[in-house]
Write a protein that binds this ligand. Structure first.
Ligand code: AMP
Ligand code: MG
Length: 429
């Protein structure tokens, strides 16, 4: 008996390189033009809409960086001189001009008295006979010693934080040092999120004991929502959309009217139960199909038209991004593609991926045809260990790991090879 030849698979379009996909995505990310003000306390992760120019200098005046005595250097030509203490200046209190031949007791952060040109730290002084009114100065100070100059942090009129800067805890502190309680920021991108898959159930709705055969918990929804929020997005979580064309079309249509981006997970492969791609094609355009990366091949970008009469700008279609359902693929494509896109949408500089070269403490004997992003972690010996199971369904790898090795297509790795490592800390910042 001769076996029938299986039908040959349909010719496939070549996969798109990740870098090209990113360039194309960023080209679509026209920055949002709406701005608003946010309380400085609430502005972590937001993007500045204008340059912040300082109206004052920081620190506002010369002040002491030590607890000690403010002196005129001309009065301390040699170690051991005795000076009487003519005033006491604590932080937050005004100073009198320093009388010649005297010193001022001074504390860290207190303004320098006019006439003083150095501070001698208290460890270099001795009280005269337990009397607080005179001290021996035991060290000859250099000009400006232990003095913080007015404006040494910020000069008046300087652009302290530029437009497009993403605010971090330190930059919020710097903005506050200029007296700013509110900051001009780009409005939050509005993102509609939904997960597809008839197998998905929600933690809390179904107990592990009551899971039907074939059911799994929806894990992607949890990290995707959190990642979006960390990027400053306003998330409309539309929950789980079943694997049905009509419901997929309905979810996409409603989401398009009120959002800048629709982000989905699952259903972007080419099986009959994958309704996302044909639905997006019907309601708009689908531009990217498959990316030459592992994990993350079935990533899709497109647009969904808005209905006339919808509140949002109908001339601009809603962006669409479809992430693969496998959790690690979803996670990695979010970090490498969705994140830069959302930063660009907010007018923030897209951070360069800055891999560092570290030695592999593992072997990867089999090369893949796609560029691979391996879950690894740094070890105490300064090298990288590989998580043993690199399957795109094994989310443990992304928790165990502290970063990714960016391994070029077709490359094997041997112990000791220097490989490109990108930390999750950089990708999640
Ligand atoms: P799909 O991309 O829909 O073909 O899904 C690929 C794999 O990822 C399947 O094993 C799905 O069960 C799984 N999957 C899809 N969506 C999720 C999700 N939200 N959470 C966890 N696993 C998922
Ligand atoms: Mg599915």
């Amino acid at each position: 008996m001769t076996a029938a030849h299986p039908p040959s698979p349909p010719a496939r379009a070549p996969l798109m390189a990740l870098d090209e996909a990113l360039v194309r995505l960023l080209a679509q990310a026209a920055p949002l033009s709406d701005t608003e003000t946010a309380a400085t306390f609430e502005a972590d992760g937001r993007v500045l809409a204008t340059d912040l120019v300082s109206e004052l200098q920081v620190p506002p005046q010369d002040n002491s960086s030590m607890d000690g005595y403010a002196v005129r250097r001309a009065d301390v030509r040699e170690a051991g001189v005795v000076l009487s203490v003519s005033q006491r200046i604590a932080a937050g209190h005004a100073a009198e001009p320093l009388r010649a031949g005297t010193c001022a007791r001074i504390f860290t952060g207190a303004p320098m008295p006019v006439g003083a040109d150095a501070v001698v730290m208290q460890e270099d002084t001795r009280e005269v006979g337990g009397d607080l009114h005179a001290v021996h100065i035991d060290a000859v100070p250099a000009l400006g010693q232990w003095v913080r100059r007015a404006g040494e942090d910020v000069t008046r009129g300087a652009v302290v934080l530029p437009r497009g800067q993403r605010l971090s805890p330190a930059s919020l502190g710097l903005a506050a040092s200029l007296g700013l309680a509110r900051l001009p920021v780009v409005r939050r991108p509005r993102v509609a999120l939904f997960s597809t898959g008839d197998e998905l159930v929600m933690p809390g709705d179904v107990t592990p004991a009551d899971m039907k055969p074939g059911a799994i918990y929806n894990s992607n929804r949890f990290f995707l929502r959190t990642l979006l929020q960390r990027l400053g997005c306003e998330v409309s979580d539309l929950g789980i959309v079943p694997d049905r064309r009509d419901l997929t079309l309905a979810a996409l249509k409603t989401a398009a009217d009120h959002h800048d981006l629709i982000l989905t997970s699952g259903g972007v492969s080419v099986g009959e139960e994958d309704h996302i791609k044909p639905s997006v094609q019907q309601l708009g355009t689908l531009d990217l199909w498959q990316i030459a990366m592992k994990p993350g091949k079935p990533f899709a970008y497109g647009t969904v038209r808005r209905d006339a009469g919808a509140g949002a700008d109908v001339d601009i279609a809603c962006h669409f991004m479809g992430l693969p359902g496998n959790p690690v693929s979803s996670f990695v494509t979010f970090l490498l593609l969705v994140r830069p896109f959302l930063l660009a949408l907010q007018g923030a500089g897209v951070p360069e991926r800055r891999p560092v070269k570290l030695p592999a403490h593992f072997d990867l004997p089999r090369a893949d045809r796609r560029r691979e992003f391996l879950r690894v972690r740094r070890n105490a010996a300064g090298g990288l260990d590989l998580f043993p199971n690199q399957s795109s369904g094994v989310l443990t790898s992304a928790v165990w790991g502290d970063g990714l090795v960016d391994n070029p297509a077709g490359s094997t790795i041997a112990q000791g090879d220097l490989v490109s490592y990108i930390s999750f800390a950089d990708l999640l910042a």
